[in-house]
Design a protein around this ligand. Structure first.
Ligand code: PEP
Ligand code: MG
Length: 580
């Protein structure tokens, strides 16, 4: 049994069989073959080596011809290694003696060689590890027959273990069969993490390397509550997790009974509890849990899996589905937040060195006005169908906000001229997710009808810490005093001016922070739909006075870790069943 600690990004516990994808998405299959399949396995290996050898020789010829023999020699070295008798002997021995599959033998052997190179002091030699990986991939391609595993063509339940999954790959996981996933890389605020929560499957990211120690079909536990991954669990651990899963199921059933009760504190203050969605189907997840509305609709996920821009009708149909389903409850449609780690963007052509500080989100929209106008037209048309609000992301200057509003006004004129119905008084809001927006919040509130605090980005930009990086996860703290101060400043000014303010970052989905946020004056949250029952339960168990005392004490504390432990204690005290 082996335990790995990663970052929990989507709650729940699941036990199942692994489907392992390596760094390039190759599936590493079952480790063993039966005794009578050994000969066939040796023949498969032989064919793969032959085919890979011919391919490399062809590359060598082409490159030598076009660039000269010096460059062709790179492939010559690959060929030599591939045909090395000792290597061949090692591979065959693993198949003969251990009954390993050919793929598994290739993967194990080449990785071991690569690791030796990587450990060498010389940067030049360490680089050679890449050559070894290259040969491994080539062989695997011949053994497996196709380049990347088609995660959409699964036929039995699996837990996906991968080096990395992009937000698009995650969104395209087949929810009927993928019951959970783990990635070696990835940070707590990455959009892969956000999509995992939308899929409502347990997920852990940022475990560090482990894929060489597991193979397809192995038994694995993913504990998405605590960020743990257990490979080859023993009987006792399995039994414990099965018991815990049972407990969690009965808690979920108890909380489900809150569905039709209002999110209201024990002293009668009504809290608005809305859902964050990425895909229209999630409206059902919100309605099932009695959400008061959609507080954040991340529309950029409409771009997933498309190689061209969605047209106005595609936008409109998606929005109309959500708005109609929500009846008269509010739906906050956020304009496109493309770029950075989110959704390969058709609108951007050049690679950026600092994509999170670059042309993302509203900046990209303002550079691509036809695309922006298409979306705004669709939002405005949807506004005739229900209680729609529009929100601009990543606003960092007042000018930027005014520009976005001006384009919106322009599109309104256009529609009015054409007699297309829409809500002239469509409420306009902005995300508060950049420190500059907080510092000048007095000016911003003059310009908008509502605010929504995006802590995922606010944490990243306040503390200068990449939300997708596992190596800086220790700094990515919602409870950092600097972050709390910015939230407090925003809420205070919004209250003074009577501007509604919501908090829609992931922080609002964790019951640990609910008392603190209520104590800071927030009365609206937009959360991952699966978190609605728990957050409602916290609201119903506490009074505003208790929350204010908690927030005051937290604000007086020195560091993120102490504040977090204190908030955990408070949760345990007031809502023991959620305090873990
Ligand atoms: C945020 O930054 O907190 C937010 C809600 O936006 P996103 O996670 O989509 O960047
Ligand atoms: Mg954001």
């Amino acid at each position: 049994m082996e335990k790995l600690q990663g970052i929990p990004v989507s709650p729940g516990v699941v036990v199942g069989e692994a489907l392992v994808l390596d760094a390039e998405g190759f599936r590493i299959p079952e480790r063993f073959v039966s005794r009578d399949a050994v000969q066939a396995e040796l023949e498969r290996l032989d064919h793969a080596i032959q085919a890979a050898g011919e391919e490399i020789a062809r590359n060598q010829d082409t490159v030598s011809r076009e660039l000269g023999p010096k460059y062709g020699a790179i492939f010559g070295a690959h060929l030599e290694m591939l045909r090395d008798a000792q290597l061949r002997e090692e591979l065959e021995e693993m198949i003969r003696r251990e009954h390993y599959s050919a793929e598994y033998a290739v993967s194990r052997t080449f990785r071991r060689y690569a690791e030796v190179f990587q450990r060498l002091e010389s940067a030049y030699l360490a680089e050679r590890a890449n050559d070894i990986y290259d040969i491994e991939k080539r062989l695997l391609r011949h053994l497996l027959g196709r380049r990347r595993e088609q995660l959409s063509h699964l036929s039995s339940p699996v837990l996906v273990l991968a080096h990395n999954l992009t937000p698009s790959e995650t969104a395209n996981l087949d929810r009927r069969f993928v019951r959970g996933f783990v990635t070696e890389v990835g940070g707590p605020g990455s959009h892969t993490a956000i999509v995992a929560a939308a899929l409502e499957i347990p997920a852990v990211v940022g475990t560090g390397p482990f894929l060489t120690r597991v193979s397809g079909g192995d038994l694995v536990i993913i504990d998405g509550d605590n960020g743990l991954v257990i490979l080859h669990p023993d009987e006792e651990t399995l039994a414990r997790y099965q018991y815990e899963a049972e407990q969690a199921r009965s808690l979920a059933v108890r909380l489900q009974s809150l569905r039709d009760l209002p999110a209201q504190t024990a002293d009668g203050v009504r809290i608005e509890l809305m859902g964050n969605i990425e895909f229209p189907y999630e409206v059902d997840h919100c309605l099932e849990r009695g959400a008061d509305g959609i507080g954040l609709y991340r529309t950029e996920f409409l771009y997933l899996g498309c190689d061209k821009e969605p047209d106005e009708e595609t936008h409109f149909q998606a929005y109309a589905q959500v708005v109609r389903a929500m009846g008269d409850r509010p739906v906050v449609i956020r304009t496109l937040d493309l770029g950075a780690d989110k959704v390969p963007c058709v609108a951007r052509t050049e690679e950026e060195r600092n994509p999170f500080l670059g042309l993302r989100s509203i900046r990209l929209a303002l550079r691509n006005i036809p695309m922006f106008r298409t979306q705004l037209r669709a939002i405005l048309r949807a506004s005739a169908l229900g209680n729609v609000r529009v929100m601009f992301p990543l606003i960092s200057t007042v000018l930027e906000l005014r520009q976005a509003k001006m384009i919106l006004g322009d599109v309104m004129e256009d529609l009015a001229e054409r007699g297309v119905p829409f809500n002239r008084n469509l409420p306009v809001g902005m995300m508060v997710e950049v420190p500059s927006a907080v510092l000048l919040i007095e000016r911003f509130v003059e310009e908008v009808d509502f605010l929504s605090i995006g802590t995922n980005d606010l944490i990243q930009y306040t503390l200068a810490v990449d939300r997708t990086n596992k190596d800086t996860v220790g700094l990515y703290n919602p409870t950092d005093p600097a972050v709390l101060k910015l939230i407090a400043m925003t809420v205070q000014v919004a209250k003074e001016r009577g501007t509604p303010v919501n908090l829609c970052g992931q922080m609002s989905s964790s019951p640990i922070y609910t008392m603190l946020l209520l104590g800071l004056g927030l009365r609206q949250f937009s959360v991952t739909p699966s978190a609605i029952p728990e957050i409602k339960q916290v609201c119903r168990c506490v009074t505003i006075a208790q929350c204010e005392a908690t927030a005051q004490r937290a604000l007086s504390m020195e560091n993120a870790r102490d504040i977090r432990s204190y908030l955990k204690e408070e949760l345990r005290k007031y809502v023991p069943e959620l305090g873990g």
